[in-house]
Design a protein around this ligand. Sequence first.
Ligand code: NAP
Length: 533
Amino acid sequence: MGSAAVSTSTEVGSPLTVATVATVDASRRRSGGPGPALPEHRRVVVVGAGFGGLGMAIRLLQRGVRDFMVLEKAHDVGGTWRDNTYPGCQCDVASNMYSFSFAPNPGWSRSFALQGEIWEYLRGCADRFGVRPFIRFGTELLSARWDDQGQKWHLRTSRGELTADVLVSGHGGLSAPSVPDLPGLEKFEGTVFHSAAWNHEHDLSGERVAVVGTGASAIQIIPSIQPSVRQLVVFQRTPPWVVPRLDFAFSERKKLVFRTVPFAQKVDRLRLYLFRELVVLAMRGNTKIRGAIQKAASLHLEHQVTDTALRAKLTPRYEIGCKRILLSNDYYPALTQRNVKLVTHGITEVRENGVVSSDGTFHELDTLVLATGFKVTDHPITRIIVGRDGRSLAEHWAGGAEAYLGTTVVDFPNFFLLTGPYTGLGHNSIVFMLESQFEYILGALDALGERRAATLEVRPHVAHAFGEEMQAALQGTVWNSGCASWYLDANGRNTSVWPTFTWRFRSRTRQFDAGAYAFEPRRVAAVQAQAAE
Ligand code: NAP
């Protein structure tokens, strides 16, 4: 596939503004048909079948809730691990932590699993727990509107409409690619694609390739493609802090131990968890630990890059941890190769056959890879979910996102977010946060049932107090230490990061705190409308 007007599969609702971005729809690797037509109504509808939506579906089934449906725009489960297929894609959280606690995988091939293995794991979970019949593949949510009279969600999808009592959004924080507004990008006659929609039909061998960005995705792509391309130009806006990756294959013996003594894998998971939690101390202000991590990163750079000019360009000028700390053993060595050029000047113009950087240099190119990250605080799904007052989540959050425990939102009854505001992590596994949210949401469903209530909605003062608590907790942490990162929204406010130990999130979500919510009984009008249907 060359450069063509294609909308990315990972975008919600609207096509990319840059028409020349060629993408490969990972969902075409079909393994699940769309299934029968949509039902009229479900008690619970979950959006997305990535780690969040899939896990939610499994936990619903395990709790005996069968009146639910998962809407998935692609044709398989897996979310980000289905879509991100770029060369070298590998998790930077250890495998034994980056998996459901209720579905350990003794077969992980290595300490940090590769993308394909994680995707296979998620597909295996979908089969093993029997959730595929509950998923409608190829079904994209186009809009969700709360009907206050009917006390239900009206959902419009690419395959028809349905209603739901409860809506759970498992859209994923890192699912909507961010395409930079490079002047003239539409003129480029070579191939251009985003890292999250890798064009596998295009062979980079012998080409002049540019990678824009030096984040978590780019530092895996660069060493993977460097040996085969003719020339690689890396456009770096901000150098990342990079520490060594303690990555190794699991021996057959180790796998056997994990398989036959599941407790051993649990112990390993606990060890990894506790180690990761210690990092919070550094992020929250322990300058000794933070200094030690920064020193390790500096030594790593010094050891791997002997050219002092290059090293200077690669030395970050912000505190380690402010942006996500990256793990790699082969990123720096790749940059030292003769066919690689690190450019620290921004792209000022894209021409038919290359780009011009702000120092006036023209770089002739065949392919442009945009490893420019995701729309995190402005995820497109926030524009299509509309609450009681007719305003979208995006409109509600214009001054800063707010969601109680990162999960429930004022004016959005019976609505739950997975990995919502203040649940992002710079130090531990997001799966731990997701599992906490699953139990919280199950508790909310129980609370609705116990009270015979139709709706629940977080009380405004509770949600606001939580937002203030988060902002206060973020003060003085490294995440708020002044660098620009995807944790910050358009107002420069950090509404992404859970600012403390993850066990604190677990302890606050373990029990559904019904006192924080207003419940409403089924209204007569809603009952009559239901009877008429
Ligand atoms: P990212 O961390 O947001 O990095 C995007 C890169 O593109 C940054 O270097 C950024 O520079 C640069 N950039 C963005 N817009 C630009 C523009 N207009 N001009 C020039 N440069 C631009 O995105 P990512 O690498 O895709 O990673 C996102 C997150 O996904 C990670 O933090 C991580 O949580 C997750 N992830 C995880 C793994 C893994 O587990 N191994 C792999 C990939 C991604 P600035 O730094 O200056 O903004």
